[in-house]
Design a protein around this ligand. Structure first.
Ligand code: SF4
Length: 62
């Protein structure tokens, strides 16, 4: 599975990075970026939690 962040929707709250820092990191512009290609199996649950918690719905996991 892969994660995707809609840069236009992200408000840089940092929640995804706190929930799953192995997949999401805020970049120099304060916008979340996905730092892995494929989400490692053991991180999928946590990445999906970040998707569910993102206040603007900017994260897609598929
Ligand atoms: S939780 Fe959503 S809005 Fe907040 S930094 Fe992550 S992608 Fe951006």
């Amino acid at each position: 599975m892969k994660a995707c962040v809609d840069k236009d929707a992200c408000i840089g709250c940092g929640l995804c990075e706190s929930i799953c820092p192995e997949v999401f990191q805020l970049n120099d512009e304060g916008i979340s970026e996905v730092i892995v290609d494929e989400i490692p199996q053991d991180l999928i649950e946590s990445a999906k939690e970040a998707e569910a918690q993102c206040p603007t719905g900017a994260i897609t996991i598929e």
